[in-house]
Design a protein around this ligand. Structure first.
Ligand SMILES: [Zn+2]
Length: 69
C-alpha cells in the first residue's frame, strides 16, 4: 500500500495503479480513464510518470464491486 497526497481529497490517501484499480473494480483500464475524464476518479501522475488512482474515489465510484477491506 502506498500513501500519496490527493489534492482533490486534500489529504493523504491510499493509491492504486491503474491496473490494480481496474482489477479491483472488475473493469478495464479504459473505463478507469473514462471515469477520470468525467471527474469521477482522482488520478495522480507521479514524477516517474506512473498514474495512480485515489482509492477513496474508487470506492465511491464502485461501492458495489470494489473490495473495501
Ligand atoms: Zn482523492
Amino acid at each position: 500500500m502506498s500513501l500519496f497526497f490527493c489534492p482533490q481529497c486534500e489529504k493523504e490517501t491510499e493509491m492504486l495503479s491503474i491496473q490494480d484499480a481496474a482489477n479491483a473494480a472488475d473493469v478495464t483500464p479504459r473505463t478507469i480513464h473514462n471515469w477520470k475524464r468525467s471527474g469521477k476518479l482522482h488520478v495522480l501522475e507521479t514524477p516517474g510518470r506512473r498514474k495512480l488512482v485515489c482509492k477513496p474515489s474508487m470506492v465511491r465510484q464502485c461501492s458495489n464491486t470494489f473490495d473495501q477491506r
